[in-house]
Ligand binder design. Structure first.
Ligand code: AKG
Length: 247
């Protein structure tokens, strides 16, 4: 994580990293999703989600510990982080918004942003791989920058106004980019207005000692993982946890 990325993540609670995937890689991941002949996306949030894609192809597993991602997650979560859960979001013109949720206040123990000893400490952290352009003219991820450090709860009026409120931004995140955000951020989804489908893959990581989910995510059964990818499926514990960065 470079100095600018670290500054922006601390300041805003999210980071956009463009051009992590090539257009050929994006096309291949979209082709693999198309091949599943999924029933959606529908107009409501439930029918705008899909799961289990780590079992579909090793291309999805390769994103788990992508070399561009790992040093960034090390700064955000410390060594030894783990995959907490994952799902995909797809949306079509008219798919509804997701309400704003999260924020530093009221305090939610597994979803925190702390700064101590000159470094950040994060709870549940989301890495969203964009396989289609998202942004103000399309819809998709939206957030209130800086709300991971808010001292007051997000007012109902702001939540109701959603993307109509000046505090809420819908950042541009083109196909091939990553959106990385702390779940301590107040965030949600802008309704989808574009003619193309939204396709985002959300991998959610927790620091090694904790789990947000009650059921620990299981490794795929149909795809062979690398040793480092297997470590990401370790149960939560702290003492003597193996480094993800050893040769
Ligand atoms: O649309 C997004 O990227 C945010 C989704 C989200 O906040 C959620 O699924 O809980």
């Amino acid at each position: 994580m470079d100095e600018v990325q670290r500054y922006l993540f601390d300041l805003r609670g999210y980071l956009i990293i463009p051009d992590v995937l090539s257009s050929a890689e994006v096309a291949e991941l979209n082709r693999l999703i198309d091949a599943q002949n999924l029933s959606g996306p529908g107009g409501d949030t439930n029918s705008a989600r899909f799961g289990d894609f780590l079992n579909w192809d090793k291309a999805f597993c390769a994103l788990l510990d992508h070399p561009r991602l790992m040093p960034i997650l090390k700064t955000i979560l410390g060594d030894g982080f783990r995959l907490d859960h994952y799902y995909g979001i797809y949306m079509r013109a008219g798919t509804e918004r997701l309400n704003l949720h999260g924020g530093a206040t009221p305090y939610d123990p597994p979803e925190y942003y702390h700064f101590r000893n000159g470094q950040m400490y994060n709870g549940l952290t989301v890495v969203s791989w964009n396989l289609a352009d998202t942004g103000p003219e399309h819809g998709g991820f939206c957030a209130i920058p800086g709300s991971h450090k808010a001292n007051y709860p997000c007012p109902e009026q702001v939540k109701e106004e959603h993307i109509g409120h000046e505090a809420v931004v819908v950042p541009s995140a083109p196909a091939g980019s990553l959106v990385i955000f702390t779940e301590a951020l107040t965030h949600g989804t802008a309704p989808w207005t574009a003619s193309h489908q939204r396709r985002s893959l959300l991998y959610k990581y927790s620091p090694g000692q904790q789990s947000w989910g009650g059921n620990y995510v299981q490794p795929p059964t149909d795809v062979e993982l690398t040793p480092r990818q297997k470590l990401l499926f370790e149960k939560p514990y702290f003492n003597a946890r193996q480094s993800l960065f050893e040769e």
